[in-house]
Design a protein around this ligand. Structure first.
Ligand code: AMP
Ligand code: MG
Length: 356
């Protein structure tokens, strides 16, 4: 474990450090250090065509990375930064190709985490993709980073992440024509008429963004279609890679009798246990809620969407560590409460279910 001074020293001498943010832990390297950036890709076993998000702590730092912003970008940044929102912006030429995978755009975010902001102030902009091996669930606490990279990996410990899901990734209409790689004249296959395009849902929801203009999703199916064409340039290359899935089989469920049919081991993530237990009692009559609870490894969020977000990836990781064969997730699509996290949670759980 590192203190902040050691973390700064390590980063300044071409090192890579796992750092806390409010979304997930990041694997950080200085944005100007090619050797350290290559180390990030290699440690994560991340494909080189999947660009990195640059983390900054001030608008001055943003100016080092991005060309001047449009009015809509400025308004969105004013409202949501620091926070779990990544903007794809037009890059300054000096940004390394390794960071942007050769795209003319760069993804940037200002995290809402005081220790991380303090670090960024001392080091300057850092790239920080999630601090996990590509394909495993993103890490939301230091133990998850240690699971993937070993117990002595350098980590700046900032506690458990308060959101627990990766940032919302968006671009604004002004940048739609900037999706090409350098020296190629192929433009977007999906011209859009919306002001804001969401590439990845996160805690900053479509509804929150709609205050600033019309919003549309760039869907995974659209990404697949674009990827299948002869000269594919995906606007957000990460869309084509597998994410968020544990080894265990993930399934939605809405009542305990669905679980009874499975005889193998299971862990069950519940937004609200009371709701499901009451249903089970109504169906099964004589079974007490305690008996039911004892039959399963239950993770109960007691109705809190925030808690559900914080525990989703942790539950996936516990499933793999404890060798559970199934993860059952309460079907939040049918919940009678709602949250700005809902779309992002459904997106990650659906991806885990389909193994994508
Ligand atoms: P991760 O670092 O694993 O949270 O993923 C970062 C996400 O941001 C991936 O889905 C990338 O494809 C996306 N991203 C990063 N840079 C860009 C960029 N310049 N243009 C479009 N998408 C980007
Ligand atoms: Mg990631």
């Amino acid at each position: 474990m590192l203190g902040i001074k050691e973390a700064v020293e390590c980063l300044n001498s071409s090192g890579v450090v796992a750092i806390p943010t409010e979304t997930v832990y990041g694997l950080a390297a200085k944005v100007t250090n090619l050797q350290a950036i290559q180390e990030v890709f290699s440690l994560k076993r991340r494909p080189y065509d999947n660009p990195l998000i640059v983390h900054i702590s001030s608008l001055e730092q943003l100016g080092e990375i991005s060309k001047p912003l449009s009015q809509i970008e400025l308004s969105i940044i004013n409202k949501f930064w620091p926070g779990p929102l990544t903007l794809i912006l037009r890059r300054k030429k000096k940004v390394l190709d390794a960071v942007t995978a050769g795209l003319e755009t760069v993804a940037v975010r200002m995290p809402n985490h005081s220790l991380c902001l303090d670090l960024l102030q001392r080091t300057g902009p850092l790239v920080a993709p999630s601090a996990n091996l590509s394909g495993t669930p993103s890490p939301t606490k230091k133990e998850h980073v240690q699971n993937d990279f070993g117990p002595s990996f350098p980590i700046l410990d900032g506690g458990a992440c308060t959101i627990g899901l990766e940032s919302t990734v968006i671009t604004c209409r002004a940048n739609n024509l900037s999706r090409t790689r350098k020296n190629e004249s192929v433009y977007s296959k999906t011209p859009s008429h919306s002001d804001i395009i969401i590439y990845r849902p996160g805690a900053i929801s479509e509804q929150l963004l709609s205050e600033f203009g019309t919003v549309e999703y760039y869907s995974a199916s659209q990404a697949k279609q674009d990827n299948a064409r002869s000269k594919p340039i995906l606007p957000s290359p990460g869309l084509k890679y597998r994410h968020y899935a544990p080894k265990a089989r993930v399934q939605w469920f809405s009542s305990f009798d669905q679980l009874g049919a499975v005889t193998e081991t299971r862990i069950v993530l519940l937004l609200d246990k009371t709701q499901v237990v009451n249903q089970a009692q109504a169906v099964q009559g004589s079974i007490t809620s305690q008996e039911l609870v004892q039959s399963f490894h239950l993770v109960d969020c007691e109705g809190s969407w925030e808690r559900f977000g914080q525990l989703l990836y942790d539950t996936f990781r516990v499933a793999d560590i404890e060798n559970y064969t199934h993860v059952f997730v309460q079907d939040i699509r049918q919940s009678n409460t709602t949250s700005s996290l809902k779309d992002a949670l459904i997106n990650r759980i659906d991806k885990a279910i389909s193994g994508q």
